[in-house]
Design a protein around this ligand. Structure first.
Ligand code: 4IP
Length: 150
């Protein structure tokens, strides 16, 4: 009878692995994101027109004291930090192929640059995410580093 239709479920169609994230977008998608940022982000005016890849509050330690800063990883790349109260740009961690991140634990991570090590603490405990994002940006910008000989 016409009722006995096949019950075999269709084979799953293999979908191309979707690479998400700003680093993998094409120019058009990035332009769209930048327009969104221009309209929606109160930080847009501080990042010199660069697209923000990741942002979050961190405590940046210098000497005895730590200052709470909005850390913004942007295309360029740049790592800007701003005072979230006065909404002013305080500085920038200089990028170079030598920049290295080092997670200490879930909250604390270091950003090593040739002239200074930045001591950063994510009060929410996402230090590893920060390290991942910064390292991904480094590889994307400068390529995978050659094997280091010790
Ligand atoms: C300041 O300490 C802040 O930590 C500054 O950070 C830091 O500048 C200063 O270091 C440091 O002396 P006080 O506010 O307690 O005086 P921020 O710029 O985020 O406010 P950077 O930007 O370099 O970390 P010096 O050595 O750069 O002046």
């Amino acid at each position: 009878d016409g009722q006995s239709s096949s019950t075999t479920t269709p084979a799953p169609v293999p979908r191309p692995r979707k690479r998400s994230g700003i680093l993998h977008m094409n120019d058009e998608e990035r332009q769209h994101q930048l327009n969104q940022q221009r309209c929606n982000s109160k930080w847009h005016g501080l990042v010199e027109g660069n697209l923000i890849v990741k942002q979050g509050l961190v405590d940046k330690r210098k000497g005895l004291f730590a200052r709470r800063r909005m850390l913004m990883l942007t295309m360029g790349p740049h790592l800007y930090y701003a005072d979230p109260v006065s909404m002013t740009l305080k500085g920038e961690i200089p990028w170079s192929p030598q920049l290295r991140v080092e997670p200490k634990n879930f909250r604390i991570f270091f950003v090593h640059t040739p002239n200074r090590t930045y001591y950063l603490e994510d009060p929410e405990g996402f230090a590893l995410e920060w390290c991942k994002a910064i390292e991904e940006m480094r590889v994307n910008t400068y390529g995978v580093s050659p094997t280091t000989c010790t």
